[in-house]
Design a protein around this ligand. Structure first.
Ligand code: NAP
Length: 281
């Protein structure tokens, strides 16, 4: 079984991106800039943002974090986004989710210029992705896609089963694999026989949020299994896939932690660079 090393893949991707930033700096005499807006003091969000800033600096991006207290007015955040939209030194804008209840998430997402939407959440990017046009792609499914391609460069005709239909993971994952000519089934909480669906799959991507939902006998031999889940349990962090069982059957499997997670941040940096390049085309 191939243990898909997300940490290594992310380090390699960051190295490539660092090279690319050096080239862009030489060509344009400026570097892509990523601005993250962090609202409130939720510890996981703070940790994510710190990691994003560290990785951005590592590849040579200009990075900035704007912090607001929980009580910040929605209007203040929207005005700041408008300012960043107009700022030529900012290539990508990310507002760290979740947001306090009094701030309308959709309004925030739609205020970010689609061309600076490094999360790929703006409806225009969602539409472009599903129409097969150039767009920002949400970072986690993009990371999953790159990991799958490392194991199997030609995905044409493969049967993929996506478990979970969130806007963040399942739906964009479906679009990415459709583009690669996979036959994609997207499953969710109302799917009648999830095990039977998974048993048909050459590729399974599990993005559910239920510890070890995908069992060993749900996976046929030679299946590539990507585990997006991050679940805190008494035994520590586990994924949505029963790792020990599934590793006996699968062709390749991502561990949790150390699989998809590291790729998510590296793909954010990739998206920032892509936004910069599209802006300078
Ligand atoms: P989400 O928005 O809660 O969506 C979960 C999806 O799973 C929904 O579509 C839901 O179906 C489906 N589902 C729930 N129970 C199910 C069941 N028994 N069988 C089949 N499908 C079921 O979750 P998310 O934001 O996509 O996150 C999923 C997991 O990924 C979480 O553990 C999260 O922490 C993790 N995550 C990891 C990363 C990373 O970088 N590694 C990034 C983001 C998220 P319905 O639509 O019918 O409700």
């Amino acid at each position: 079984m191939i243990l898909i090393d997300g940490k290594k893949a992310a380090a390699e991707l960051r190295q490539e991106l660092k090279h690319e930033v050096t080239g862009l700096k030489a060509k344009y005499n400026k570097v892509p800039g990523l601005t993250v807006i962090l609202i409130g003091d939720l510890t996981p969000s703070q940790i994510y943002v710190r990691n994003k800033e560290k990785s951005a600096n590592e590849v040579g991006l200009k990075s900035e974090v704007i912090k607001y207290p929980d009580s910040v007015e929605e209007k203040t955040v929207l005005e700041k986004i408008e300012q960043l939209n107009a700022d030529e030194t900012v290539s990508g804008i990310l507002v760290q989710l979740p947001l306090p209840k009094h701030i309308d998430k959709q309004k925030v997402i739609e205020t970010i210029l689609p061309s600076k939407d490094v999360d790929g959440f703006h409806p225009m990017n969602v539409g472009n992705l599903s129409s097969g046009y150039e767009s920002s792609v949400p970072c986690t499914p993009l990371g999953c896609y790159l990991l799958i391609k490392k194991v199997e460069p030609n995905l044409s005709g493969k049967k993929a089963v996506i478990v979970g239909r969130s806007n963040l993971n399942g739906k964009p994952m479906t679009q990415l694999l459709l583009k690669e000519n996979c036959t994609v089934t997207i499953t969710h909480s109302k799917t009648k026989d999830l095990k039977a669906e998974c048993l048909e799959a050459d590729i399974i991507v599990a993005a559910v949020g239920i510890p070890e939902l995908v069992k060993g006998d749900w996976v046929k031999k030679d299946t590539i299994v990507i585990d997006v889940g991050i679940n805190k349990t008494e035994n520590g962090i586990v994924g949505d896939v029963a790792f020990d069982e599934v590793s006996k059957n699968a062709k390749a499997l991502t561990p949790v932690p150390g699989g998809v997670g590291p790729m998510t941040i590296a793909c954010l940096l990739k998206n920032t660079i892509e936004c910069f390049k599209r802006l300078h085309k």
